[in-house]
Design a protein around this ligand. Structure first.
Ligand code: NAD
Length: 324
């Protein structure tokens, strides 16, 4: 089985550098997928309320533990707070619900999914709530500040519900602001990161502040094909891009392994996802070889500051924002 190195977080806890993403893993296959991924050697699982599959993912974990494949303490389970639960008094109840869904006592890492606070939607009305207050097209914001949400996050650590806490989709300015008042510093920052969106300054800032960076959507537009985003029109997909293909051929690796190694060799964690067992193994084996620095640089030079995962790419501009 592939040995995956750990990244030491700023609280002394080890986080596996290669994990498994759970976005768009269907409810019908999630339990088996998590079970198979554990069997293949994955220990970190990156979940979220918004992925709508935490119950099934938890079932996969429970089966793997029951079968003796792994112990709970060997796993690193990540989940995320959805936008509609940013109000300080909503954080702990929803974290407890998510833990119950997973069948766990604690998360290894709990993240603020987006720096976007939306009006509360009760889980009995709709779960996961998604972006729209009415489930159709109306976006209602909440008044919760990041400070209010973060203070509640610190409470989760104090109560043992999360071992580490962090943020996702934050830019430098918000990180600086958070660091002003954080009693517990964010352990990780999870961001969209691929050769078309390198964000080197943000990565450098996180490193300087002792915040580990996790890259998501490492294969770029591939994750967003179903949304037919205008940004992807006419763009060469990264797995078919000439530089990536040449580096792969030269180093005897697949383009996907090159993309994941480009990130891990620069110190980031990655969380690819697949339901195919052979690909699971290939995606996990992305720290056992090194790319020459010139190849790393050539890949970084593909940067075009192209972001796929932002709200304005999903919603028509006429979407109604009501500032509550
Ligand atoms: P991904 O890299 O996991 O997958 C993108 C597509 O590539 C999928 O269709 C997958 O089947 C395919 N794929 C995977 N391995 C491949 C390979 N070796 N060769 C060819 N195709 C391959 O991208 P993602 O799902 O966007 O991101 C990974 C994880 O990051 C998610 O599952 C989720 O956990 C997390 N994520 C977080 C956020 C956030 O806002 N924090 C946003 C997006 C994703």
């Amino acid at each position: 089985m592939v040995a995956v190195p750990n990244i030491k977080l700023n609280n002394g806890i080890d986080m596996p550098q290669v994990g498994f993403g759970l976005w768009k893993v269907g409810n019908d296959v999630a339990a088996d997928t998590v079970y198979n991924a554990i069997k293949a050697g994955y220990r970190l699982f990156d979940g979220a309320c918004d992925y709508g599959n935490e119950v099934e993912c938890g079932q996969g974990v429970a089966r793997a533990i029951a079968d003796g494949l792994v112990k709970r303490e060997e796993l690193f389970i990540v989940s995320k707070l959805w936008n509609t639960f940013h109000d300080g008094d909503r954080v702990e109840p929803i974290a407890r619900k998510q833990l119950a869904d997973w069948g766990l006592d604690y998360f290894d890492l709990y993240l603020i999914h987006f720096p976007v606070a939306l009006e509360y939607v009760d889980p009995s009305v709709r779960y996961p709530p998604g972006w729209f207050y009415d489930g159709e097209g109306e976006i209602r914001t909440s008044k919760a500040s990041i400070q209010e949400t973060w203070t509640a996050f610190e409470g989760l650590v104090e109560k043992g519900l999360a071992k580490s806490i962090g943020v996702s989709n934050f830019q430098a300015q918000l990180l600086y602001d958070l660091l002003r008042y954080a009693k517990i510093r964010p352990a990780t920052l999870q961001i969209e990161h691929h050769p078309y969106l390198v964000q080197q300054e943000l990565v450098n800032l996180a490193k300087a502040e002792g915040i580990a960076v996790t890259a998501y959507s490492s294969f770029g537009s591939l994750s967003f094909e179903e949304f037919s985003m205008k940004q992807a029109k006419g763009l060469t997909p990264l797995l078919e891009q000439d530089t990536i293909k040449a580096v792969a051929e030269k180093n005897g690796k697949t383009p996907s392994q090159v993309l994941l190694r480009w990130a891990t060799q620069r110190g980031l964690a990655v969380i690819p996802k697949t339901t195919r067992p052979a690909i699971m193994e290939a995606n996990l084996d992305v720290t056992s070889f090194d790319l020459p620095q010139e190849d790393i640089d050539a890949i970084s030079a593909l940067d075009r500051n192209l972001r796929f995962n932002q709200p304005s790419n999903y919603f028509p501009t006429e979407s109604l924002w009501i500032f509550g």
